[in-house]
Design a protein around this ligand. Structure first.
Ligand code: DGL
Length: 267
């Protein structure tokens, strides 16, 4: 009988800010005993308006930081970094690295009833065309409607996700969509707006990438039975921000923040 090997090392995750916690939350639901080290690059937020080259550099720094903490794999809990840097960093690092796009595209490709799909994401993600290219590679019959929503991630960092401003902003961003079967939340900050989006799109499947990634990860690590829960760690590159307030609301628990020095000992 094959021996069960448990890798107790943590999973490393990063985002530009609080958005990746929507992925973190889903992973913890699926695998409560896996330890996670989360890095929020709050000093460099927002990623959505930066160039591809900058995103690649920031992604490498974040991965280097997490590797120093001996993580067993990296989840890029950021749509912008996934769309612009994942292919690049996969060539450089010898560790499993997963982004938010491919697991979701595989999930969508199986949904034969999906003909019209909307994608909302940051400007950088939409301009990269990564979602559309990957979906079309698997399902040419699906019509894709893209919309960049640059105001949503900063609003989410402020915790403005269920107020009147959120309603007006969402309404404005989605007004051009035809009748959709599904709407992909292509930025990890956007599940925080899910309740408001559902008010306007009650019959549309709202796709939260974090839920899909958590299921994929659980399947991949299913032999990794960690028996004791361990304390997660949350690092920020700049701690003078609203992160704690929003994070406490998302995770429904008190959190402790550590300061991350991602620029030291660069590769
Ligand atoms: N949460 C991120 C994403 O999924 C980044 C948002 C931003 O920093 O602009 O794209």
């Amino acid at each position: 009988m094959q021996e069960q090997i448990t890798d107790n090392r943590p999973i490393g995750m990063f985002d530009s800010g609080v958005g990746g916690l929507t992925v973190y939350k889903e992973i913890k639901k699926q695998m409560p005993n896996e330890k996670i080290i989360y890095l929020g690059d709050t000093e460099k937020f927002p990623y959505g308006s930066k160039s591809k080259q900058t995103i690649i550099e920031l992604t490498k720094k974040n991965i280097d930081f997490l590797l120093k903490l001996d993580v067993k794999e990296i989840i890029i809990a950021c749509g912008t970094a996934t769309s612009q840097a994942l292919d690049e960093v996969k060539k450089i690092y010898n560790i499993p690295i997963e982004g938010i796009i491919m697991p979701t595209v595989e999930y969508i490709a199986e949904k034969q009833n999906y003909k019209n799909i909307g994608i909302i994401a940051t400007r950088g993600t939409i301009r990269s065309n990564a979602w559309e290219n990957e979906i079309k590679a698997k399902r040419k019959d699906i019509n894709i409607y893209n919309k960049e929503c640059p105001l949503l991630a900063p609003m989410a960092e402020e915790g403005w996700t269920e107020n009147e401003i959120a309603r007006l902003t969402i309404k404005e961003y989605i007004k051009g969509f035809p009748k959709l079967d599904a709407l992909i939340l292509g930025c990890t900050h956007y599940p925080m707006f899910e309740n408001v989006i559902k008010e306007y799109m009650p019959d549309v499947d709202i796709i939260n990438t974090g839920k899909i990634i958590a299921q994929c990860l659980e399947k991949r690590l299913h032999r990794n039975k960690i028996l004791e829960p361990k304390e997660d760690e949350i690092y920020l590159t700049d701690t003078e921000c609203n992160f704690i307030n929003v994070a406490t609301t998302i995770l429904q628990k008190n959190i402790i923040i550590k300061k991350a020095e991602v620029d030291s000992n660069e590769k």
